[in-house]
Design a protein. Structure first.
Length: 212
């Protein structure tokens, strides 16, 4: 176990994206994944309200804040505390918690988000079926959040893993959004099974409930 951990640390420290993140002041290499997705799909635009679910340590929120500057409203939510980022409002708690949702609604002041982004992953056990089930559960909880908080025509970016359930998740999203694409950014490690679902053109509130 110690050798495996040491090998991972060495690989991490020698990772070009990690070095570039340190150079540019990003908290994680994940910032480049969002940057690459953004460039490919033109996701982030001035004036948007962006919601980053599972934001800590804050790489995605950092990129969004740098991209939008003062011409945007960025709200990050996580059960793990996060050091403040200029231009980002942080809510500490579970995004499904009623109290967190009330605080979130207060920040939006009656409006809805333009885009929901999430680089979250459940605790990985190494057991394929269990991990796929964990991603499916997380994915559906994000869709429930989207149902209440994303505007009609809004977009969603969420992490997933290729597997048995991936096809069903894509089918679900195709009933909720105009277009659904699967991406693997260059900054994603070659050995990783992670993929990113980019869904654009939300059909509107209550779409999730109508398809259940």
């Amino acid at each position: 176990m110690a050798k495996k951990k040491k090998s991972w640390i060495n690989q991490h420290l020698n990772d070009g994206w990690v070095r570039e993140a340190n150079k540019q002041g990003y908290r994680s290499r994940a910032a480049f994944k969002l940057e690459q997705l953004d460039k490919q799909d033109r996701l982030l635009k001035p004036g948007q309200t962006v919601v980053d679910l599972g934001a800590t340590p804050g790489g995605w929120s950092q990129y969004a804040a740098r991209k939008l500057g003062e011409k945007g409203n960025i709200i990050a939510i996580d059960i793990v505390s996060m050091v403040d980022i200029a231009g980002v409002s942080f809510l500490h708690g579970d995004f499904n918690d009623v109290k967190v949702q009330k605080s979130f609604a207060a920040l939006l002041n009656g409006e809805k988000a333009d885009i929901v982004i999430s680089d979250m992953a459940p605790n990985i056990s190494g057991v394929k079926d269990k991990d796929e089930a964990g991603f499916s559960d997380l994915f559906f909880s994000i869709l429930q959040f989207v149902d209440s908080n994303l505007r009609s025509g809004g977009n969603l970016v969420v992490k997933g893993f290729e597997g048995v359930s991936a096809g069903e998740l894509r089918k679900k999203c195709k009933r909720l959004f105009q277009t659904v694409s699967i991406r693997k950014p260059e900054a994603s490690r070659d050995k990783s099974r992670e993929r990113y679902l980019v869904a654009k053109g939300y059909f509107g509130p209550n779409s999730f409930r109508k398809t259940n």
